[in-house]
Design a protein around this ligand. Sequence first.
Ligand code: TXA
Ligand code: MG
Length: 316
Amino acid sequence: MSAPVKPASDVAAIAEAAEILRRGGLVAMPTETVYGLAADAADGEAVARLYAVKGRPSFNPLIVHVSGREMAETCVSAPPLAERLMDCFWPGPLTLVLPKKEDAPVSELAGAGLDTLGVRMPAHPAAQALIAAFGRPLVAPSANPSGAVSPTTAQHVAEGLGDRIDLILDAGPCPVGVESTVLAIDGESAILLRPGGLPRSEIEAVTGPLKSAEANAPLASPGMLKSHYAPKAALRLNAGTPEPGEAFLAFGPGTEACTANLSRIGDLTEAAANLFALLRQLDAEGYKRIAVAPVPMDGLGEAINDRLNRAAAPRD
Ligand code: TXA
Ligand code: MG
């Protein structure tokens, strides 16, 4: 049986969702980036079920979602650089990886046994309402089977995990459309572990040039498996024109012959919001191969290219 889908704007649905979480259940929660699958961060059994339902490797830690600075500080210690970033970008699509506090209300499994935790304060009113109603931190990976395309609508969640979870809160399409930017903070330096919904340029205006994860291998995001965000179809990137049998996913004007377009006006914010839904749509239309036009690297283009590269990577 598929989980009920209820409007996230309904106060009674939020109260019911919080009650399900208190009993150790799993609730799909809209955020501004993608839909997350929420569980009580402190409940080891609920977290174990969450890993099982997603088919997620247990060495890949979860992001702890908080209602604000105060709740974050029950979990992690924030050096001044982290506080500046919270001031500038929270609530919003920025996850900060920080030293875990010994008495953090987060099960060992959720942090994959690391001495750090990723924390994020989502901007979406539905996520904020749910965390507030629950009163404590929620872990929430993207609400899709591990390795597949992340969900940006309640319908996507229902298709991937509907029969294995307890409730889906529906708030329509996610406005940002790619996951949060993940930054590790090491003293006064910031390391980019995953490009995402907050563009590098905005962060660098605060931090100066970011270090890259490759130069800091031990800190690299354990979740950055090479093949990820993958549709069923094979992807060919930076394609000028499609070959016979390929769908053509275009970017920008002047490509009338395309099967779909990430953004006809060449807007990277619009392209990010469309990316995962269009990959799913081309899968549903039965294409076995997708040629993708080049997408510029500025702004959200870095996150879009990261997801496309992983979606195109060789699979096991
Ligand atoms: O936008 C998002 O971040 C969404 C929404 C639902 O909030 N969540 C999300 O979660 O994308 P997930 O589990 O799909 O991705 C979490 C990423 C993974 O790459 C994971 O390895 C990394 O964050 N991460 C979490 N905790 C970490 C830690 N302590 N150290 C390094 N990387 C960490
Ligand atoms: Mg994910």
